[in-house]
Design a protein around this ligand. Structure first.
Ligand code: PMP
Length: 403
């Protein structure tokens, strides 16, 4: 008889990765100042965090969280629907709706469950959803949990999207959903192309601004602000675990649609609400994001410096265009070896392997914070150069960073 646990007991790849010292995940951090963290008591420079503006350690954000913790305790102990709504949740939603220029906003406990809850609630039988192949896993889970007809288009390929839209029944409800900034490759969605197709085929558009909020656009409202298409985006999704330095997610759009999601999304009705400290931290970060555009500007300078340095060295950084800068490696074992060497030399980057990327397209994902110092960044570049050559990711005669 088959054992449902058999696959786990016999999972060879995991055992091999651990035995060879190449297993890179779930590293416990025992101390952090944001850009430098200690792992096992050893300091490493963090270039694998989504804390883009460094706000999780900002004194005002920490103080707001501490005050909320003192006032409301550690948990809301229930779902938003019943006992889990605080005045703070309502305040955050009202301020986010105003910030995003939408009628109404609704906060979930994580970004992941925001996508999951929204999509599974909004898509019903006979609805068609068109989703970029590189969209985040939470979008995929939301679609899988719905009764909608799922069509995946090739990454950022407007011709493929149009073909699928054209094949769908004219009378069907249609939603195009895309990451704004793609989480692993760091490139931007072609929102102008998507909006043009939305208009042509009478569809609606939802944009996941997880990596764009606080980071892109003159006011930090994300890729749709950056590209000037905010008014044509029907639903904006965001998360607080990145530039907001907290935990939780938001969906914003027309009032009736948000009311529907509020009452129908199982991840809203049956999930405990954001903790008081998380809500207060997100509120404090929202203030800073609006008041201090210089953080965004510094982040951009840093990201461009790193991208240019990697490209000069001969690394392939793909189409990345924001603070997520991947270095394409290809082979998974090569990627793990480079990760290990970087780590042993004081650099914490994120090796990304299938299924997060296509097989044979493993990459080292680096991401930056406005609070990184130039000295830290120079050291990261130096190590990528030395170790890239050592592990034959770069050729020996590649130019040096100083060239
Ligand atoms: N969407 C995208 C594009 C993401 O990158 C992530 C997080 N990696 C999420 C949604 C989920 O957000 P969270 O981790 O805050 O739950």
């Amino acid at each position: 008889m088959a054992d449902v646990f058999g696959k786990a007991f016999e999972w060879r790849e995991l055992k091999v990765a651990r035995a060879t010292g190449l297993y890179p995940y779930f590293k416990p951090i025992d101390q952090t100042d944001g850009t430098q963290v200690n792992v096992g008591g050893r300091p490493v420079i963090m270039v694998g965090s989504n804390n883009y503006l460094g706000l999780s350690l900002h004194p005002a954000v920490k103080e707001a969280a501490a005050k909320a913790l003192e006032k409301y305790g550690t948990s809301c102990s229930g779902s938003r629907l019943l006992n889990g709504t605080l005045d703070l949740h309502v305040e955050l939603e009202e301020k986010l709706a105003r910030f995003l220029g939408k009628e109404m906003a609704l906060c979930f406990s994580t970004g992941f469950t925001t996508n999951l809850g929204t999509l599974s609630a909004i898509l019903e039988r006979k609805d068609y959803v068109f989703s970029d192949r590189l969209n985040h896993a939470s979008i995929l889970e939301g679609i899988r949990g719905s009764f909608g007809e799922h069509k995946r288009y090739r990454h950022n390929d407007m011709a493929d999207l149009e073909r699928l839209l054209g094949n769908a029944p004219a009378e069907a409800g249609k939603l195009i959903v895309t990451d704004g900034v793609f989480s692993m490759e760091g490139d931007f969605a072609d929102l102008q192309g998507i909006i043009a197709l939305k208009k042509k085929y009478g569809a609606r558009v939802m944009v996941d601004e997880a990596h764009g909020l606080g980071v892109l656009g003159a006011h930090g409202r994300g890729l749709s602000e950056h590209l000037g298409v905010e008014n044509d985006v029907d639903l904006v999704m965001g998360t607080f675990s990145k530039s907001f330095g907290s935990l939780g997610g938001v969906i914003a759009g027309p009032k009736e649609v948000i009311e529907w999601i509020k009452h129908k999304a199982r991840a809203m009705v049956f999930q405990a609400s954001m903790t008081p400290a998380s809500v207060a931290a997100a509120l404090a970060s929202l203030e800073i994001i609006q008041a201090e555009p210089e953080r965004r500007e510094r982040l951009w300078r840093i990201a461009n410096k790193m991208r240019n340095a990697f490209r000069l060295l001969g690394y392939d950084t793909g189409l990345s265009d924001g603070p997520v800068v991947p270095v394409h490696i290809g082979d998974q074992i090569k990627c793990f070896r480079l990760w290990k060497a970087l780590y042993e030399n004081g650099v914490f980057a994120n090796p990304v392997i299938p299924p997060a990327v296509e097989p044979g397209h493993s990459l080292m994902r680096t991401s930056y914070m406005a609070t990184h110092t130039d000295e830290q960044l120079d050291r990261v570049i130096e190590q990528f150069e030395i170790l890239g050559k050592k592990f034959k990711v770069l050729s020996e005669d590649a130019p040096t960073a100083a060239d």
